[in-house]
Design a protein around this ligand. Structure first.
Ligand SMILES: NC(=O)c1ccc[n+]([C@@H]2O[C@H](COP(=O)([O-])OP(=O)(O)OC[C@H]3O[C@@H](n4cnc5c(N)ncnc54)[C@H](OP(=O)(O)O)[C@@H]3O)[C@@H](O)[C@H]2O)c1
Length: 306
């Protein structure tokens, strides 16, 4: 029997086991899956290079926000590690909207650049919607332009937002099929909750989106087979073991510092006692987001050949 199929069956058996007996959750290991995806990406880069095509990712950072600079550095480093060409473009925090638009337009025209990423959030004087939509949709490796969002909603998405597709890749790797499941997403942002909801609908899940104004989040979460949480503020929202049903799957997108430690929205010890599967933070969704950005750059490079 094929190894992949065997491991999927093993995972399914573990899942059923955990669901029935409520043991400690199985870990959805983003670092492990990211390694696997990266090796796939590396092979594709090698093949494209053999066809005289060098995939190139251009990142644009405006200002000196420390967290944003770290995210850009990680994306650049991951791309270079896999043999992808990169451009690292920076503008000062007081740059004008026209200067940033001109830079993006020049990258749109540059045939050696396949993917463009403008790191968010932007300084408040810049209009995120206008800036995002200046990126040519075929080079929009964050999948955030109105065109790419519209395609995604129509079930024809090609360049899809990185964190949502990273979550699907994680679930697929462990053989977790969401068809028919009740998925509750605590987040309604453009980056996470909205695209994720449509991707899950495409996979025949029943989706509920919760947010800060939802009346009864606890009731929704109790009813969920799969909870995805992405709030990023433990004072406002913490997912604890007593909130979930035995055997549910928990994916933590949040990144926050709590009591001096980096973590997510989930109170890991109590949730891991009841969930069947759980993503840790760090080491869960985060590593997948970067992988999917590089994967999108490869898709964009292939699209440029068509
Ligand atoms: N791991 C990764 O790769 C990755 C990628 C992207 C983001 N993140 C992390 O994910 C988190 C969310 O990111 P984002 O960009 O989506 O942020 P965001 O736009 O601020 O979204 C936060 C969401 O949480 C909701 N929320 C806030 N307080 C709540 C409460 N008390 N109860 C229920 N919902 C509440 C908000 O609802 P309203 O809409 O009503 O305000 C909003 O939908 C952050 O920690 C970010 O760092 C991680």
């Amino acid at each position: 029997m094929e190894l992949g199929l065997l491991s999927m069956m093993e995972n399914k058996i573990k899942w059923i086991h955990c669901t029935l007996i409520a043991l400690t959750a199985q870990i959805i290991d983003g670092i492990h899956v990211a390694k696997y995806v990266k090796s796939r990406i590396m092979k594709k880069i090698y093949c494209l290079k053999a066809e005289n095509m060098e995939p190139c990712l251009a990142t644009v950072l405006v200002g000196d926000n420390l967290a944003s600079a770290t995210y850009v550095k990680n994306k650049q480093r991951a791309a270079v590690e896999l043999g992808m060409k990169t451009m690292d473009l920076r503008l000062p925090s007081n740059c004008t909207q026209s200067e940033l638009i001109e830079l993006i337009k020049s990258l749109n025209e540059d045939v050696t650049v396949h993917g463009i990423l403008v790191q968010l959030p932007l300084p408040v004087h810049l209009d995120t919607y206008i800036i995002t939509n200046t990126i040519k949709p075929l080079k929009d490796v964050d999948g955030l332009t109105t065109t790419n969002m519209g395609l995604l909603v129509s079930g024809r998405g090609c360049l899809k937002p990185c964190t949502p597709v990273g979550i699907l890749e994680l679930l697929d790797h462990y053989g977790i099929n969401v068809s028919g499941l009740h998925v509750v997403i605590v987040n309604r942002s453009q980056l996470v909750g909205k695209p994720l909801a449509f991707l899950f609908l495409e996979r025949n899940a029943t989706v509920t989106i919760c947010h800060s104004k939802s009346n009864d989040i606890l009731k929704e979460i109790k009813d969920a087979d799969l909870v995805i949480t992405g709030v990023g503020n433990r004072e406002k929202f913490t997912l604890t073991g007593e909130m979930i049903t035995n055997g549910s799957i928990v994916v933590d997108v949040g990144i926050t510092r709590y009591k001096g430690k980096l973590g997510g929205d989930v109170d890991y010890p109590s949730v891991a006692q009841k969930a069947s599967w759980i993503t840790p933070v760090p080491g869960g969704v985060g590593p997948m987001t970067v992988c999917m950005l590089l994967n999108n750059t490869l898709i964009a490079a292939s699209l440029s050949k068509a």
